[in-house]
Write a protein that binds this ligand. Structure first.
Ligand SMILES: Cc1cc2nc3c(=O)[nH]c(=O)nc-3n(C[C@H](O)[C@H](O)[C@H](O)COP(=O)(O)OP(=O)(O)OC[C@H]3O[C@@H](n4cnc5c(N)ncnc54)[C@H](O)[C@@H]3O)c2cc1C
Length: 383
């Protein structure tokens, strides 16, 4: 494995850190408090080219494709520079769970219609899989797509869908034949305003509060045959085609956030004095910083390994499950350490330390809970 970066890649990384630090840390605490999605910052990210990184150059008007390791490094840089973990989560969600499947399995008309506008930040999209009775067991979904003249009628409900309340485009999974189990699941693209589609208001949540989350209800919602993504019955394949990429890049942004968190804790441990010396001189505090560094380094190695395997065109199912499990749990642990290091200030909202903990909990739940990642690893190990 070769994890060395070229000078161009490192310069690109620094450009993104500078862009994010300068432009994206606007009113984050207030937006978190009020659960406000930053439309303007989304557009700024699009203009900078962030959303284009998961899409081939012919659909985003850039000169060349972004190679995957570079995209992952870019998402890490974004997480380091941008203190709004909700914004980085939302960008990653669109890039890897909607844009990438459209790029990989969409037909030319779908690619032309949606990808350029998504890259420009003009279309916000959601990926709708979870249902009230089908969470971890996602493929037991009960939303149906019944064939009718020229298309399908969708009926059912999706929940816990990021960006659902404001999405212009929804990638949704439904069964064209429940008796076929996984083989009946099909992916559809549905536009906002389609008759029979209801997008709920946002639901308040613990963390990642700048990304709205909500429900989608389908009541005899007509979808034309042209809006099938891939082929009838290929929905499970569509949903699994991007899992490793999604894990890599969402987690890359979390890794960046962990590095920023560590830098801030180090600076605070050096500056804050009690009993006549810097608190970092007390072994209890220093040990916490060391544990944070250890989690950062081990998470980084796992992340880069998965990205490297994907870059080589190899499968990374085991490694990406280990990565999801380790990095998301590490971010949560380190976020608790960061609060302890900052003492009472760490608990106050205005210091923007406690928010990382609330955001980090979400990472242990979405895209497969930690328990599910353990199950995947155990299964691959033959248990
Ligand atoms: C912030 C956030 C964003 C999300 N965004 C989206 C999105 O954009 N689109 C979307 O479709 N979904 C999204 N989700 C939903 C997410 O994918 C589900 O919450 C997740 O898959 C778990 O499903 P569940 O909540 O129904 O929990 P359940 O599956 O009911 O699980 C409840 C508990 O039981 C455990 N459990 C369940 N089955 C097993 C098992 N076999 N072995 C061991 N333990 C088990 C779980 O680990 C958990 O602790 C999001 C969730 C969150 C928190």
């Amino acid at each position: 494995m070769d994890f060395s970066w070229s000078s161009e890649q490192l310069a690109f990384k620094q450009d993104i850190v500078d862009f994010a630090t300068k432009n994206l840390n606007v009113d984050t605490a207030a937006r978190d408090l009020n659960c406000e999605f930053p439309f303007e910052l989304w557009k700024k990210c699009a203009d900078f080219g962030i959303l284009s990184m998961s899409v081939a150059s012919q659909y985003n008007h850039s000169k060349q494709d972004t190679e995957f390791m570079t995209a992952m490094l870019a998402m890490e840089a974004l997480g380091y520079g941008c203190r709004d973990n909700g914004l980085t989560f939302a960008l990653n969600a669109q890039m890897w769970t909607v844009q990438l499947p459209i790029l990989h399995v969409g037909n030319e008309q779908q690619k032309q219609k949606y990808l350029p506008a998504m890259c420009r930040g003009e279309i916000i999209s959601a990926h709708a899989m979870t249902e009230p009775e089908a969470g971890s067991d996602a493929y037991s979904m009960q939303t149906t797509a019944t064939p009718c003249d020229g298309g399908y009628l969708l009926n059912g409900k999706k929940c816990l869908v990021s960006l659902a309340p404001i999405a212009d485009l929804i990638l949704v999974y439904a069964s064209t034949d429940l008796s076929l189990g996984n083989w009946g699941i099909t992916a559809f693209l549905i536009e906002k305003g389609t008759q029979g589609l209801e997008q709920s208001a946002q639901q308040t949540k613990m963390g990642l509060r700048t990304v709205p989350i909500g429900e989608l209800t389908f009541k005899n919602c007509f979808v034309s045959e042209q809006n099938i993504l891939g082929t009838v019955g290929s929905g499970v394949g569509v949903s699994q085609s991007f899992l490793d990429w999604e894990r890599c890049c969402i987690l890359a942004s979390q890794l960046g956030a962990m590095e920023r968190q560590l830098d801030e804790c180090l600076a605070f441990a050096r500056k804050r004095k009690q009993f006549g010396k810097s608190i970092g001189k007390f072994q209890s505090v220093a040990n916490r910083v060391v544990e944070m560094r250890l989690r950062l380094e081990t998470s980084r190695l796992l992340l880069y390994k998965v990205a490297w395997l994907k870059g080589q065109g190899q499968s990374a199912m085991l490694e990406s499950a280990l990565l999801k499990l380790h990095l998301s749990e590490s971010f949560m642990e380190s976020s608790i350490d960061a609060i302890r290091i900052h003492g009472g200030r760490g608990y106050l909202t205005e210091y923007e330390i406690e928010r990382d903990l609330r955001d980090a909990v979400g990472g242990t739940l979405y895209a497969g809970t930690s328990d599910i990642q353990r199950n995947i690893v155990a299964g691959i190990l033959g248990l």
